[in-house]
Design a protein around this ligand. Sequence first.
Ligand code: PEP
Length: 258
Amino acid sequence: MSARTPLMAGNWKSNLNHHEAVVLVQKLAWTLSDKKHDYAKSEVVVIPPFTDLRSVQTLVDGDRLQIRYGAQDVSQHDGGAYTGEISAAMLAKLGCSYVVVGHSERREYHAETDEVVNAKTVKTLAAGMTPIVCVGEGLDVRQAGEHVAYTLGQIDGSLAGLDAEQVAGLVIAYEPVWAIGTGEVATPEDAQEVCAAIRGRLAETWGDDTAASTRILYGGSVKAANVAAIMAKPDVDGALVGGASLQAEEFAAIARFY
Ligand code: PEP
């Protein structure tokens, strides 16, 4: 795979029990296989709730599926006396390839700061998984015209202290909060503006090679009908998809944007 193979990641959020998870992954795998999906042209990742991961692992391993999977969050601690927390080592043991870190719903409803997101990113990398680090502005920031500066501030805080190799190995998801679950999609130009600014910041801080290797996704009401126009933008390397990833045919069509 090239360094920036397009990545389509489906964040199921708090939806689907482990029986439903198996049905959805089977349908997705079957649809992709039926349409002769080329996984080298777009990597397909499902991000179910924690409680579904073991079932998804068993299915993916047993049927040797090319679909990969990950978790929606991770503890900033290594393990021990942290009731309710799931450590990075536990997720790695379950075969997770990816972990979503700092999703706007975690930042908003669980008061996750850039410092917490940074700690979770470090733990994910140390356990050998790829963090998908989410950034993006709310509507008030967008209306004030400060979306680029705000998002770059989140990049600086969330990736503080990482070295170039670590940054080249992670994934960033730019998700304007006003476009998540609202049906309101940023235009391809809006997505490109901020994704290009993020890549510029990566180049300034970690060098051109790192910036050229890091995948930057767009997220916010992505569907089969709009994905191709978004993916045509040079700094967009994939999509983080919420609602539309709960329907196998729709998500398969998104993955097959090419
Ligand atoms: C998300 O949850 O990250 C997301 C982008 O959701 P949706 O696609 O439903 O807007």
